[in-house]
Design a protein around this ligand. Structure first.
Ligand code: ADP
Ligand code: MG
Length: 734
């Protein structure tokens, strides 16, 4: 359904003036194949008159103590290579109000060739006054033409700057030529673009049409139009992503063949009797939400969020028992073998206890792992297929083809962030529209969760079990280690066990990190001689890891030297001290997860973050408020902010929010959800309102017209098929 005028945009970029076959090859290499691709190669920034000052004002700024950056436009007067102790390059510029100099101490030869007398440049940097001259040391610079500079100065025309990958540079395409090439493409072809959003949406959301949006993204007529161009593409991007999410939700939610369960026996109430604690209000609340879903004839599709230690496992176990009580099998998938193993053992113990008071049915648990012996595995597979197993615990081994459930009614996915949409639907397909419960200990801000988990209903456990005391978190320099070891030894007398965490397994001279193995030897022979130490690290087989954890649980060890393998899920109630070495090396969510390993009982728990003395003194010096930091500063002070955040907050949501700001959305998407399209325009932190609007629109359209039959929705259908065919696999449209 592509119109004929649009077709021409699919021609090779080589037909654009001053491209040709040779240069086209370089464009291909960076993913620009067609004229359309070129039209959508947007500038990374613009030069705008309101941000440019002249030489006289720059001089004045410095005199008045201004410390920031400025942008200034000048013509090259003269290029001078000066030999003092070392060689340097001085480029003399002038503008209408005076003179200034740019100085390079490095790359003299290279920069000498860049600056030619008569050329015009926009220079950006912090100005200085040296020997009474206005100077810029190693500034950023962009070349512009005489005409551009005239238009810029006289009419305020905004100039775009593009990223120029090395493939283009190799063909002699620089700022000026790329701008000329793109300008030609925009002039001659932008009108060929077909609109990609329905007219109603454009009107309702007050968006600009695609042609003006592309034009103004490159060569804005005004700042305002540039902002509106950006907004249009952000909205469009989120609209299509949310349409996919809405479709997924619609498809799953409206299949009426879900299983309507009931509470048949006293199984659940008997189960609760066996617990050594009462469920928290929050656990009861999410359970009633889950129960309601399971009782309804629509399949459940729910996300259970709760901070580490909030007690998600028991909630999921009760849900599994409801399924089992109704004659179904329930499966729980964990991200690591050791965690799956632990779940299986804990559940088995609980089922044995349950059987003591509820003896009409023994609930059988089966464990399925990738590394199992063939004989064990075959036996398990058979038990699953014949429904001799009621609760099946496993890793991703669960969704292998060989695994055939007899009657799968509920799928639980623990630590959802480790799995993607694809895995979720793979496991789902193992049953006949089973209920699905995914659990995540990564508390993510609302916008993010409604975006990536938008097809799920959300339940939150927002309360910790009552007996918990907040974990005391402190930051200490390495010179304090002897005292910390003494503290660990003293606390052992009160029954405390400790985790000693190190970032890497083996000594890496380059990083100067202490490795767990070396440290284990050292500590056993020195500071912690009187303690029984265990060692666990990522290179061990899961059976060995499990064995160590089991011995630690049985208190055969007082302290466990480990790498981050203890990160997820493991539960050792008496381990109430965690010492994290080189804490500045860990990411924030990782630190929070690690800290969540302790404080799982009613004793006071401690998290001791240890870092280089210099890091500690810097961190303690002053508190950094993210709001006031520039991106460059955030990059620079990341580790400081992370450590301060850990010391200040225990709330996982708050920590996740800060983590998001530190790491940026792209990174989070990568780790949170494989299978989520990468965002090109929208920014998950700053574009909240646009995202909410796009989501509302998408959901309301899918609700009214899920198979896109209405004429006004043909545009949407076409664009989904053209641009998102890959993702459509998980969200079929009729
Ligand atoms: P997470 O949400 O991190 O998966 P778990 O389910 O592993 O947390 O629970 C952590 C610990 O808290 C477990 O030892 C569990 O038995 C215990 N627990 C769960 N719910 C309660 C409760 N309501 N009161 C006291 N302890 C609880
Ligand atoms: Mg857990």
């Amino acid at each position: 359904m592509i119109s004929s005028k649009e077709k021409i945009l699919d021609s090779s970029v080589q037909y654009i003036k001053s491209v040709g076959p040779k240069r086209a090859e370089s464009f291909y290499k960076i993913g620009i194949k067609t004229i359309r691709d070129l039209l959508f190669y947007f500038p990374s920034r613009h030069l705008d008159r309101t941000t440019v000052i002249n030489a006289a004002s720059a001089y004045g700024y410095v005199i008045n103590g201004y410390q920031g950056e400025v942008t200034i436009i000048g013509t090259v007067e003269d290029v001078e290579r000066i030999r003092l102790r070392k060689e340097l390059l001085k480029v003399h510029f002038r503008d209408a109000t005076g003179f200034f100099e740019c100085v390079w101490f490095q790359g003299v030869k290279y920069f000498e060739k860049v600056f030619n007398t008569g050329d015009i440049f926009a220079i950006s940097s912090k100005p200085e006054i040296n020997y009474n001259k206005l100077q810029f040391i190693h500034p950023d610079f962009d070349r512009i033409t005489e005409e551009e500079s005239q238009n810029f100065i006289n009419t305020g025309k905004i100039i775009p700057f593009y990223r120029i990958p090395k493939e283009l540079k190799a063909r002699n395409i620089g700022d000026l030529s790329l701008r000329r090439i793109i300008s030609y493409a925009v002039e001659n072809y932008v009108d060929h673009l077909d609109e990609t959003l329905p007219p109603d949406i454009i009107k309702d959301e007050n968006l600009i049409d695609i042609i003006s949006a592309v034009r103004n993204y490159h060569f804005p007529e005004s700042k305002e139009l540039f902002e509106r161009a950006k907004k249009r593409f952000k909205f469009e991007e989120m609209f299509y992503i949310e349409t996919l999410v809405a479709l997924r939700k619609h498809n799953y939610g409206t299949k009426l063949s879900g299983n309507a369960l009931t509470i048949k026996t006293k199984l659940i109430s008997d189960m609760l009797k066996t617990l050594p604690f009462e469920l928290t209000k929050a656990q009861l609340k999410v359970l009633s939400e889950i129960k309601k879903d399971m009782m309804s004839d629509k399949p459940m599709n729910r996300l259970l969020q709760g901070d580490v230690g909030s007690g998600k496992t028991i909630v999921s176990l009760i849900a599994m028992l409801i399924a089992v009580d109704n004659g179904f099998q329930a499966a729980i998938m964990a991200p690591t073998e050791i965690l799956a193993d632990q779940h299986a053992k804990n559940i088995s113990v609980m089922m044995n206890k349950l059987f003591e008071i509820h003896n009409d049915k023994k609930i059988k648990v089966s464990l399925l792992l990738g590394g199992q012996k063939k004989s064990v595995r075959d036996k398990n597979l058979e038990a699953i297929e014949l429904q001799e197993a009621d609760i099946i615990v496993g890793t991703h081994a669960l969704f292998e083809e060989k695994v055939k459930f007899n009657n799968l009614g509920l799928v639980v996915i623990d630590e959802q962030h480790r799995f993607g949409v694809r895995q979720r639907s793979q496991l789902q397909s193992k049953g006949k529209t089973p209920d699905v419960l995914v659990m995540s200990a990564t508390p993510i801000p609302r916008t993010l969760s409604m975006t990536i988990y938008g097809d799920l209903d959300i339940s939150v456990i927002d309360e910790m079990p009552k007996n918990r005391k907040p974990i005391k978190t402190v930051l200490r320099g390495e010179n304090k280690l002897p005292e910390i070891y003494k503290f660990i030894i003293d606390k052992r007398k009160e029954g405390y066990q400790s985790f000693l965490v190190y970032p890497l397994v083996e000594e890496s001279e380059k990083l100067e990190l202490k490795a767990a193995t070396t440290l284990f030897e050292e500590l056993s022979n020195s500071h912690l001689r009187e303690l029984k130490l265990g060692l666990i690290h990522g290179r061990m087989s899961w059976q060995d890891k499990e064995e160590v954890m089991r011995r630690f649980l049985k208190k055969e060890f007082d302290a466990l030297v480990s790498t981050t393998v203890i990160e997820v899920g493991i539960d050792i109630p008496d381990a109430n001290i965690i010492l994290i070495n080189d804490a500045q090396r860990f990411g924030l969510s990782q630190l929070h997860q690690l800290r969540g390993r302790v404080g799982r009982s009613n004793k006071q728990a401690y998290c001791i973050l240890v870092a280089k003395d210099s890091v500690v003194s810097r961190t303690n010096q002053r508190e950094l408020e993210l709001e006031y930091l520039s991106p460059v500063q955030i990059e620079k002070y990341k580790s400081t902010v992370r450590l301060q955040t850990m010391a200040k907050y225990t709330d996982g949501f708050k920590i996740a929010e800060i983590d998001l700001k530190l790491r940026g959305p792209g990174d989070i998407f990568g780790t949170l959800q494989s299978g989520f399209p990468e965002l090109k325009y929208a920014d998950i932190i700053n574009d909240t309102q646009i995202i909410i609007d796009a989501k509302q629109k998408a959901f309301s359209i899918v609700e009214k017209d899920p198979s896109f039959k209405f004429p006004e929705n043909q545009i949407i259908k076409q664009n989904l098929l053209n641009r998102y065919s890959e993702s459509l696999k998980y969200a079929t449209i009729a």
